[in-house]
Design a protein around this ligand. Structure first.
Ligand code: GLU
Length: 295
């Protein structure tokens, strides 16, 4: 039996907070418990917001907390060609199209639709599904748009992608068992943009496969995204990891922690004299002891 491989995959677009500490600790604990490995992945495809300083701070915070991982660390911004290569495979199958509506145009269109009394459909994160007609344009209209030099997003043609898979998709969720995936709920997700060679969905699926990740233990905020990940894994013939989505650490106001809220950042806590042991104590929760069973 292969030993489990876990990963912690933060984005250095702000300082790590208690929620990240919780996720990292759970992954470390599970890897230790089952004799597996913990890998670290720096999800820095947003090269504007993810700065070298924030990345250095992130590694320092994780070391301070006592998280240990196996080298090398995979830094996504160093692997854009891997994601491009995977994107081309989907493009070759005509599963990707250029979508030209800007965020402002989408917003305007959706506001108009909502005003009619029938709200425009939203994805599980609450964002409107892409309303553009780009994929049904005549070849001539498409050519005109391409010649216009306007910015665009490369979107997955969801309907076609689901048809290409041809079977209902499921994933294995620790504790609850098989979950029916619903990628259609996301509409035509963005896989890349004219000036950004990848998206979260694309790079996470490529990297989990390349790094040989067997167990994905992450927050429930990414639970529904698993539907898109299972779809991409199936289209690309990539292995299926096991999933476990842990509860999120909430702020005193009952809301999800944000990187912008300084009071729960590991740096601030450390500066105020809190120790790593106290952080672990603060986050200890009997429910979190039942980590993913080895399989
Ligand atoms: N980079 C993501 C985040 O910081 C996590 C991605 C994942 O675990 O799949 O929220």
């Amino acid at each position: 039996m292969n030993l489990p491989v876990y990963r912690f995959a933060p984005s250095p677009n702000g300082h790590l907070h208690l929620g990240h500490a919780y996720s990292a600790i759970l992954n470390q604990r599970a890897a230790q418990k089952y004799g597996g490995k913990l890998l670290l992945r720096v999800e820095d495809i947003d090269t504007i917001r993810c700065t070298p300083q924030l990345q250095a701070d992130m590694l320092e915070d994780l070391h301070w907390l006592g998280i240990q991982w196996e080298e090398p660390v995979r830094k996504q911004s160093e692997h854009f060609e891997d994601y491009q290569c995977t994107l081309h495979k989907l493009e070759e199958r005509s599963l990707v199209y250029k979508a030209y509506l800007t965020r402002a145009q989408i917003k305007r269109f959706v506001a108009q639709q909502d005003a009619t009394g029938t709200p425009w459909p939203r994805d599980p994160d609450g964002a409107p599904l892409y309303p553009g007609d780009d994929k049904v344009l005549s070849a001539q209209d498409q050519q005109e748009r391409q010649n216009s030099d306007a910015p665009y997003a490369l979107r997955l043609n969801m309907e076609k992608a689901i048809a290409a898979v041809g079977q209902p998709l499921r994933w294995q969720e620790a504790r609850t068992g098989k979950i029916q995936a619903d990628p259609a709920a996301w509409g035509d997700v963005v896989l890349a943009r004219k000036d950004t060679p990848t998206s979260y969905h694309l790079s996470v699926v490529v990297d989990d496969a390349l790094q040989g990740i067997t167990h994905i233990l992450r927050g429930t905020d990414l639970y529904h995204a698993t539907s898109v990940h299972r779809l991409l894994q199936t289209l690309l013939n990539l292995p299926e990891p096991l999933y476990e989505h842990h509860h999120l650490i909430m702020g005193a106001d009952g809301r999800k922690l944000a990187k912008s809220a300084k009071d729960t950042s590991l740096r601030e806590l450390r500066a105020s004299g809190v120790t790593p042991a106290q952080i672990r104590e603060m986050l200890s929760n009997p429910a979190s002891e039942q980590t993913t069973a080895r399989s």
